[in-house]
Design a protein around this ligand. Structure first.
Ligand SMILES: [Zn+2]
Length: 385
């Protein structure tokens, strides 16, 4: 089945072709794909209509990041580099949902990549009421949202609250595949606030999506009684020993608003991806914080991104990593043929613009149809699978 797009003229963004289909794995071993300026809707549509059965659409899904809604006036970000439109972000979420619901075929699910409301809400003791406003919009979506937890979720609520909230979507997990991380952590357990928040699901034969918790280790939560707190303390102590007076340049991402991965989670991820390798699946991994230094500015990387990246690169099933957190967005194709896409933040989209996308999945590629500030991309799967 072929598809055609109706690209909303006001929201047509840039388009890029990444890891093109005819390229060898060697050709694909480059760190950043070329943007193709001026590639318009018609040309993009042609890339979707390919012969030899590759134009059959398998499924689609929505992506949105850093909604960061707050009932507060617009203001510059902490670095003073760009404006944040806090109230307007709710209107943009509403229009994204309306557009997804109208799409034919409708996306099968939406990945909300974290920071759904702004941390300033906690200062005004408005976190719960503001979250309710956002969830009221999300209820209008015809398909499920998968909610990632970012630093702003943890700042507003903490893990205990989130575990029992509508932002916990672990019930959408694929329960037919059992992959335990250790004797004490099973992916089938209900979310335990002491454990990481991560799960996986398979929306289509031979495709798997894996949510990872990029704040498994963090200093955003202040629960000193948790095992996470002890592991975080130890992690930071080890890094401090290496650089006692100041972080080295290559540790410039060890900032409070980033987080990292504990050993249990990395172990779980490794085992799950081994399962996917053995079953010849294609895997999309997603989390709040980027894990590749070329996909975003270093200040926004996960603390031990090297550990997570090494695991992803050790498994040929992995085709893409999706993140938010850095509102400018970003992209790179890594040396193993994995696409790293950092989505532009909704909260920094001014009136008249937007930042969300629909990803269409085919046999040999994913096509990100971005709106507004979200760059449209054609992401070819690695050829070594
Ligand atoms: Zn964030």
């Amino acid at each position: 089945m072929g598809i055609s797009f109706c690209l909303s003229p006001a929201w047509i963004g840039k388009t890029a072709l990444e890891g093109q289909g005819g390229a060898s794995p060697q050709d694909q071993m480059r760190e950043s794909g070329p943007t193709v300026p001026g590639l318009v809707a018609e040309e993009m549509s042609q890339t979707l209509q390919q012969p030899d059965g590759k134009s059959e659409l398998y499924f689609s899904f929505g992506v949105i990041a850093d909604i960061q809604y707050a009932d507060t006036d617009d203001r510059l970000n902490a670095w003073g580099t760009s404006m944040r439109y806090y109230r307007h972000s709710l209107c943009l979420l509403q229009s994204a949902i309306e557009e997804w619901n109208k799409e034919i075929p409708c996306p099968s699910f939406v990945l909300q990549l974290g920071d759904i409301i702004d941390s300033s809400n906690s200062v005004h003791k408005a976190s719960k009421i503001v979250l309710k406003c956002v969830l009221k919009q999300i209820e209008k979506m015809n398909v499920p949202f998968h909610h990632v937890w970012g630093n702003h979720e943890l700042c507003n609520f903490g893990r205990n609250f989130l575990t029992n909230s509508a932002l916990n979507t672990k019930h959408l997990e694929d329960k037919t595949v059992e992959v335990s991380a250790s004797a004490t952590v099973s992916c089938h357990e209900d979310v335990n606030p002491q454990h990481f928040y991560a799960y996986h699901f398979s929306p289509f034969t031979n495709f798997r999506f894996v949510m990872i918790d990029t704040y498994d280790l963090n200093v955003v939560e202040k629960d000193v009684s948790s095992t996470r707190y002890e592991e975080t303390k130890e992690f930071l102590r080890m890094r401090a020993n290496r650089s006692p007076y100041r972080w080295q340049d290559d540790e410039a991402h060890l900032l409070m608003f980033n987080g990292g991965f504990g050993k249990d989670q990395l172990d779980w991820l490794d085992r799950l991806l081994t399962f996917s390798d053995e079953n010849k699946e294609k895997v999309v991994v997603f989390g709040h914080v980027p894990i590749h230094p070329e996909s975003k500015k270093r200040a926004c990387l996960a603390w031990n991104y090297r550990d997570a990246l090494a695991i992803l690169q050790a498994h040929k099933c992995v085709v893409c990593y999706l993140a938010g957190h850095d509102h400018d967005g970003g992209y790179c194709l890594d040396s193993h043929g994995i696409h790293h896409v950092t989505l532009e933040g909704l909260v920094e989209s001014p009136p008249g613009s937007h930042a969300f996308g629909t990803v269409h999945v085919y046999k040999d590629r994913m096509v990100l149809h971005g709106r507004g500030r979200t760059t449209s991309r054609v992401l070819y799967f690695r050829r070594d699978q």
